[in-house]
Ligand binder design. Structure first.
Ligand code: SAM
Length: 247
């Protein structure tokens, strides 16, 4: 996958791109990331990328010319296998389902905002606008990194066993079951017996029920879009009795 990031703070990407999964994906040639400083495309004496807002008010606004010139100099517009993503708290709230869709593209472009945000006319050049949550950050660099990390994990070959992301929270629509490792007894809290049984079928059933339990307790909103089978409904009734939840 080819990723281009338009930012005025390319140094913010150095450490995250040079560690862990993102580093390995780049080393394996599965991920190619270019950082483009759109300040280099500013056509004015002071290389300024921002200006005062028309109509007055606090803060500075990112000018259209540097960003659009940088875009046009580095990408082919209108490629159907490419998504041009504007990072903005006003965008569609980013979810795992979006990561899955974006992981299928071969080219992604991220435009990181700053200051008060973008001149409105920049929006027309993006194909998607995403927010990573209902809060406001200083710039689009951290949101771009969050999205890049979550997408890179889904690119075939980046994570060794595909199972390790397919069972992750949200991938199938539920949150994940609890994990345990050694020791078997930690300060009198024991690992559930079934996990020590060696019976793979029982372990699978236990994990699925715990995944449903966690989702019901922590994120019941997810169940409204999850395709519940009759068996799932029975399990949920059992959990509601066990947890003394009014169904
Ligand atoms: N004044 C803008 C507003 O109220 O919508 C917020 C501007 S914010 C301080 C500066 C930049 O940070 C935005 O243009 C965007 O690129 C990025 N940003 C901030 N919060 C974000 C979020 N939740 N998701 C994605 N990008 C965000």
């Amino acid at each position: 996958m080819d990723i281009k990031v338009l930012t005025i703070f390319p140094e913010m990407f150095e450490s995250p791109l040079n560690a862990s999964i993102l580093y390995k994906a780049r080393q394996k040639g599965l991920l190619n990331i270019s950082l483009i400083n759109f300040r280099d495309y500013a056509q004015n004496k002071h290389n300024s990328v921002d200006d005062y807002p028309f109509g007055g008010g606090a803060g500075m606004v990112l000018k259209p010319e540097p960003i659009i010139t940088a875009l046009e100099a580095n990408i082919t517009m209108g490629d159907p296998d490419q998504e041009i993503i504007l990072l903005s708290p006003q965008g569609k709230v980013y979810k795992q389902e979006h990561a899955k869709l974006l992981a299928k593209k071969s080219k992604l472009v991220f435009i990181c905002g700053h200051y008060e945000g973008f001149d409105e006319r920049i929006r027309a050049f993006a194909t998607e606008e995403y927010s990573i949550g209902d809060y406001v950050l200083t710039g689009g660099e951290l949101p771009a990194l969050v999205m890049i990390d979550s997408i890179a994990r889904l690119i075939p070959g980046v994570i060794k066993e595909s199972q390790s992301f397919e069972e992750d929270s949200f991938y199938q629509g539920l949150i994940e079951y609890p994990h345990y490792t050694r020791p078997r007894d930690f300060r009198n809290i024991e690992v559930p017996e079934v996990l020590l049984s060696g019976n793979h079928e029982h372990i699978k059933q236990w994990r699925y029920k715990e995944s449903l339990r966690r989702t019901l307790i922590r994120r019941p909103d997810l169940l409204s879009t999850y395709n519940l089978s009759e068996e799932d409904r029975n399990l949920i009734r059992e959990i509601e009795i066990e947890e003394q939840i009014d169904g």
